[in-house]
Design a protein around this ligand. Structure first.
Ligand SMILES: Nc1ncnc2c1ncn2[C@@H]1O[C@H](COP(=O)(O)OP(=O)(O)O)[C@@H](O)[C@H]1O
Ligand SMILES: [Mg+2]
Length: 313
């Protein structure tokens, strides 16, 4: 009856939603009762953590051992359910998807674990290991899986001949390259890496970090990069979230937080990071005087900060 424009017309420039939105995520663990009549102690591993991650960008999560980093990783990966809160990837609430939909969605987010020895099945060939995320999707023929696995190996600097070897034939750094190849094979939009270089020698750490950086430039995925080492995060990430006893005590552009940490806890992490890694990475400069006057205002500008490292790849 009305000749006006259709009511459903979308605005021409609808803003793209962030790739990953984590809202108020919490998880507590119940420990065994110390004796039959005692209440079970509860460990609040993660308490009300929120952040957003834009496509193509990297968020580092730092904190000392036990601060809740791996718990956060498992919840974001939907390997475990939160007590409260949401994880939305490309708009889908991962913890509300049905199993089949979650399985299909997993192509978009993959994980690299800390331990390059324990995370690869010793009885599987490299081909089986690297192609597994693709095989689970049941959309690629064996020949396609072979080709994509060979490509993924090339992407991480390994050879096609390596497809038929077993994990024990590789060094720690090479195994972590295999784990990265496996994460890459579905061309995910997000890779969650939980301390991916912590088990490696310092010289190998730098190589693997550089590989991750190159891959991000080539394929434009986002990283949720977990580390106890602020120097490593400074090397790789745009932004950082500092976890302390399950809570986010500081978050913002990584350069800003490295130069003007607001919390004593962050300053402690920085001091530890400087000692451990700065010689290997050459990336961390800690100023003598932490008082940058603009830091406090800039601290709240968390949503879409200016890229402190130059143009996005
Ligand atoms: N499955 C679990 N059962 C009981 N407690 C756990 C479990 N996983 C983690 N925790 C506890 O939750 C807290 C956070 O652990 P975690 O997320 O592994 O920290 P991080 O990775 O930063 O070292 C720790 O106190 C840890 O002991
Ligand atoms: Mg951990």
């Amino acid at each position: 009856m009305s000749a006006g424009p259709p009511a459903t017309a979308a605005p021409a420039t609808a803003p793209r939603p962030p790739l990953l939105v984590v809202e108020n995520l919490s998880r507590a663990y119940r420990l065994p009762r110390p004796h039959p009549f005692a209440p079970a102690p509860v460990v609040p591993a993660l308490a009300g953590v929120s952040f957003t991650l834009e496509a193509g960008r990297s968020l580092g999560v730092v904190g000392e051992s036990g601060s809740g980093k791996s718990t956060l990783a498992r919840l974001v990966m939907a390997l475990e359910r939160p007590d409260a809160g949401q994880v939305r990837l490309d708009g889908a609430d991962l913890h509300r998807l049905r199993p089949a939909a979650l399985r299909a969605a997993r192509a978009k987010f993959q994980m690299v674990f800390q331990d390059p020895y324990g995370s690869l099945n010793p009885r599987s060939t490299v081909l089986q290991t690297v192609a597994e995320p693709l095989a689970v999707l049941q959309q690629a023929t064996p020949a396609e899986q072979l080709e994509r696995a060979a490509q993924a190996l090339a992407d991480v600097g390994l050879a096609r001949e390596d497809l038929h070897k077993y994990p024990h034939e590789f060094s720690g750094g090479q195994r972590q390259r295999l784990a990265i190849a496996r994460a890459l094979i579905t061309r995910p939009a997000l890779i969650v890496a939980d301390e991916p270089v912590s088990a490696l020698d310092l010289s190998v750490q730098a190589q693997v970090l550089n590989l991750l950086q190159d891959l991000q430039q080539r394929y434009g995925m986002s990283y949720l990069f977990i580390s106890h080492d602020l120097a490593v995060v400074d090397h790789l990430c745009d932004e950082v979230l500092v976890l302390h006893e399950g809570r986010a005590v500081e978050q913002g552009p990584v350069r800003q937080i490295v130069h003007a940490p607001q919390h004593a806890y962050t300053r402690r992490l920085l001091a530890a990071a400087t000692m451990q890694t700065h010689t290997a990475l050459g990336a961390l400069e800690v100023p003598q005087a932490p008082e940058a006057p603009e830091a406090q205002e800039a601290k709240d500008a968390q949503a879409v900060p200016e890229d402190p490292k130059g143009p996005a790849a």
